[in-house]
Write a protein that binds this ligand. Structure first.
Ligand SMILES: Cc1cc2nc3c(=O)[nH]c(=O)nc-3n(C[C@H](O)[C@H](O)[C@H](O)COP(=O)(O)OP(=O)(O)OC[C@H]3O[C@@H](n4cnc5c(N)ncnc54)[C@H](O)[C@@H]3O)c2cc1C
Length: 496
């Protein structure tokens, strides 16, 4: 059998591409190396507990506008998912006693920030209002493929002002806009952290388009947790995919993308089996796609340029903990960022991220218990070349240190842990198939906003990429955008 499209990988990017195409009538086969779908947006279980692999602060589940891409992706295959609104996006615990919450209500957040920086009241409003301008432009247009000229023409005709608004911000980074309105150095450090916690780079390198989405949607559609765990998004997409007649295979690791006269025609699995399709989509990172799945190719010039512009972000040291519920103070929020010293924000195991999804959905843990998922940036280089004993010892040592630091938020934590799983960059590489376990691409230097981020087509005919190494980057809602765009471009190519 030949499919219209084979998608390599069942991350959210791959699944949105597949469901969008299947909903348009294409026959699609998704090949996933692992046992379950979702990739970094998946779930794993331990007796009594259901943990999120990575993502747990979820945007894109709003009910209005056009930027609610997860809601829309599910609806396209007649699926929906109950979600639980989170009243606070993040509780920041930062150096110099900077302790504040990003409330769901925009004005509440502004008031809390202005109370810390009263002399910057005007600049704070001007900066976040600029983010809203970006968001409002995005939120009126269908978010599809910027590689499709007829779509671009239609959007320009329908929303000329929004398009000009976006064009203004497309080549800009957050740092430049923030410095236009804000002088206080500590406040600028806070804006750096507001960016770093999802882009893993400082404001100077974070594209304004992405910031417009994150800094506004948290007050618009809001952050919402999918009932039953983040993995439900992927499960529902798979259910929808199969309902419309397409299919997915697990434990199907693609070793190679097959080419004929420079055109992608199929894939070969590690078992040797060959499968063919008109179009091939890779949901692996671009480094893995061109470095591993197309190993004998000379790296195309466009990919060389991309690699010159973007480097791999760090991976993470991740702890998935089951804890006694009594250890959490009663007012604890779901998501936290902890940093003790501004200088360590970008360093190995500097910033600490914490999510406690059981505060929103208690069914993820046994009664009287909570889940704490905590992670901190870590590079593969810190974990390579170790003997198995040294690797295990480092895992334990680094995990203990992380827990010790968390005692500041949750006093007595180390004595209340009932279950502990430690993941390192090696774990992320192994289970997610991502080079060095990377979280995704980050600019090598200050680039002009999102202008250099590649779209879905590649220089190899009939081969497309989707996911966080394509426009507009990391995050579940962002890779859903990439999936919509990829499917749109392929549908146009296949005349669906
Ligand atoms: C610790 C952590 C926390 C995060 N927190 C958040 C958050 O709170 N909110 C948010 O929005 N985002 C968050 N993210 C980012 C978000 O999870 C990712 O940006 C997004 O899930 C990436 O999706 P993707 O489709 O690009 O790829 P992936 O999720 O990497 O999926 C790719 C899939 O392809 C499969 N695959 C790869 N190679 C092959 C092959 N050769 N053959 C077959 N299958 C293959 C993999 O197994 C995987 O399932 C977080 C990420 C991490 C790691």
């Amino acid at each position: 059998m030949t499919w219209d499209t084979i998608v390599v990988g069942a991350g959210i990017g791959g699944l949105v591409t597949a469901t969008q195409l299947a909903a348009k009538g294409a026959t699609v086969l998704v090949l996933e190396q692992y046992l379950i779908p979702g990739g970094s947006g998946g779930t794993f279980e331990r007796p009594g507990y259901r943990f999120d692999v990575g993502a747990s602060m979820i945007f894109g589940f709003g009910c209005q506008g056009t930027t609610n891409l997860l809601t829309r992706a599910l609806a396209a295959v007649d699926m929906q998912l109950p979600t639980i609104p989170d009243p606070v996006q993040i509780h920041y615990h930062l150096p110099d006693g900077l302790n504040l919450k990003v409330h769901r209500q925009y004005e509440d957040f502004l008031q809390e920030l202005i109370a810390q920086f009263p002399h910057e009241a005007k600049g704070i409003r001007q900066f976040y209002d600029a983010c809203w301008r970006v968001f409002n432009c995005l939120n009126v247009m269908d978010l599809l493929s910027l590689e499709e000229p007829r779509y671009l023409a239609r959007v320009f005709l329908q929303h000329p002002l929004a398009c000009f608004g976006l064009l203004r911000y497309l080549p800009r980074n957050v740092g430049e806009i923030a410095r236009r309105y804000i002088r206080d150095r500590r406040l600028l450090r806070f804006i750096d952290m507001e960016c770093f916690c999802w882009s893993t780079v400082l404001a100077e390198r974070t594209p304004m388009i992405n910031a417009g989405m994150v800094f506004s949607d948290r007050h618009y559609g809001g952050v919402r947790y999918p009932q039953g765990g983040v993995g439900q998004i992927a499960q529902k997409l798979v259910e929808g995919l199969t309902h419309v007649g397409s299919s997915i295979r697990y434990k199907a690791k693609v070793r190679q993308i097959l080419l004929e006269q420079g055109r992608a025609i199929g894939v070969q699995l590690t078992t040797g089996e060959k499968l063919y399709a008109d179009r091939i989509v890779s949901n692996a990172t671009r480094w893995d796609t061109f470095g591993k799945l197309l190993p004998d190719q000379t790296l195309p010039r466009s990919e060389v340029r991309w690699q010159q512009n973007y480097q791999q972000s760090p991976s993470f040291l991740s702890l998935h903990l089951g804890v006694n519920a009594t250890v959490l103070p009663t007012t604890t929020e779901c998501h936290h960022i902890l940093l003790e010293d501004w200088q360590s924000m970008e360093q190995e195991q500097g910033t600490i991220f914490v999510s406690i999804p059981t505060l929103l959905d208690p069914t993820l843990a046994p009664p009287g218990k909570h889940i704490i998922h905590t992670f901190t940036p870590s590079w593969m280089s810190a974990w390579q070349g170790l003997s198995p004993t040294a690797y295990r010892a480092k895992k334990q040592r680094d995990a203990d240190r992380l827990i010790q630091r968390l005692e500041r938020l949750f006093p007595g934590l180390s004595a209340q842990i009932t279950l502990q799983e430690v993941g390192t960059p090696r774990t992320h590489r192994r289970f997610l198939g991502r080079i060095n376990g990377t979280y995704g691409p980050i600019p090598q230097r200050r680039l002009r906003g999102l202008l250099k981020m590649p779209f879905n087509r590649t220089s190899i005919k009939h081969l497309y990429c989707v996911g966080d190494s394509t426009f507009p980057g990391q995050g579940l809602n962002a890779v859903a955008f990439s999936g919509f765009a990829c499917a749109h471009r392929i549908a146009a190519d296949l005349r669906l």
